[in-house]
Design a protein around this ligand. Sequence first.
Ligand SMILES: [Zn+2]
Length: 284
Amino acid sequence: MRKITGLFHFCLLVLSLSLSISQLSHAQELSAATDGQRPADATPQTQEYAGPVQLFDNFYYVGTTFVSAYLLVTDEGLILFDSLYNEFTAQLLQSVQELGFEPDDVKYVLITHGHNDHAGGSEEVREVSGARIAMSSADWAMLDQEVDLVFEDGDSLTLGDTTIKFYITPGHTPGVLSMQFPVRDGDEAHQAFLFGGHNVTSRVAENFEWFIDSVQRLQRDLPSDIAVNLTSHPWGALIFQRAEMLIQRQPGQPHPFVDQEDFVAFLNERLKNARQRLAALPNP
Ligand SMILES: [Zn+2]
């Protein structure tokens, strides 16, 4: 019954999105549209909790209409990616329970970057669950919070049957933590990549230069089999639109989140976007 209620709310949410599914006829259009998808700036008051939505057998969206959070299930507990604004922590923890888990099953909270919409609820999640909170050292330095776990470029974390590999991708913040990990669809496993900060929100040239370097580094160093694009805000990877396609999926059809070419197109589009915006900045 809880699942049905969640699905109902999710369907309402999808209906409320202005973008029609009929516009999304193929993958190129999905990624080419990304930057234009960004809604007006949002506060806790202008977004709603939108989870849980199952994306893979071991992976759920547990974020809001504006900010992503994800839950990864391993055979030794749960890993939460981002903790949202503190205003949503109670709903986030409730959705963990709706999925049949307990809050203290959450072993790690991996924070993509130190902004409040991603890290705001982390201390409350730790108090309730006992989970370790992880971030890069550069982004821990942004917070008035006791440092817990630090991950840097090239580090990895293994919990039970699942390993997460970390990349530091500066630009959005100095220490954006991006992550690669496997998700499962039936008998198949796919490599997913969560770009922890896929845009530059300042008008500082150096931040664009960092971001461009980060994207080029990912294009150079990421394995070629990344097939699932995830972002720290849902419009970046069209999470809700793809989730709606997943609901409509018939047996034997491909999984709408699995698309290697689209991930390549996404990185190309991010690079082009950053270069254009850098070129348009006024000269110092
Ligand atoms: Zn941010």
